[in-house]
Write a new protein. Sequence first.
Length: 233
Amino acid sequence: MFNRRSFLLSCGLTATGLLGSKAAAAELDLRACRPADPLTALQQGNARFAAAWQASNAATAEERSHAMAGLWQDNCYVPSSALRTGQAPWASILCCADSRVAPEWIFDAVPSDLFVIRSAGNTAFDEAIASLEYAVSVLQTPLILVMGHSGCGAVTAARSDAPLTPLLDALVEPIRALHQPGDTLDAAIRNNARHSAQQLTARSALLAEAAASNQLTIRSAHFDIGSGTVTMI
């Protein structure tokens, strides 16, 4: 049975160890900004970002900076005194390491909002799944979003015959295994994100139990770099 206390004890972790000696007060501060519907909060944050991102196509650098400057102004900020002692992210994001795909930007989020795992190709590698188990069991994160993105270099490499280093070849192997003749790059990117999301519960009993008991929602998504828009898939 999915049990947060058992997980903490088996890992040698305690509430005091995670949150410090002022755990109760800190946890109140940390959870003050948690939205009632994390997925809707991500979508609303992305809408704000996408509007600014598209406006930033202005001609001059000053105009582009001005277009982006309004982000984060109205967000709920946890005090640094609380962040010193812990964290309470309300969504976990598994996404690509691509420099254009920073979740805190894309979802107009602030420190402690998002628990982020990034690797080229956003595959469900062992360390990513373990990190998400921690997020769900210890941090009680109720949502995992697996996000691919337009023009993904890892998916492009997996579809190519160009030689790779042994480590890069191993990294893209799970993506290459999904290849379907005739698929476009965009279709392959979306299929990879869906597959990674499915692998989380297929390979983790903890995540599967959390999802089955409605403690966890897992979704996949696609980020279009040109428009700045995230769509669920």
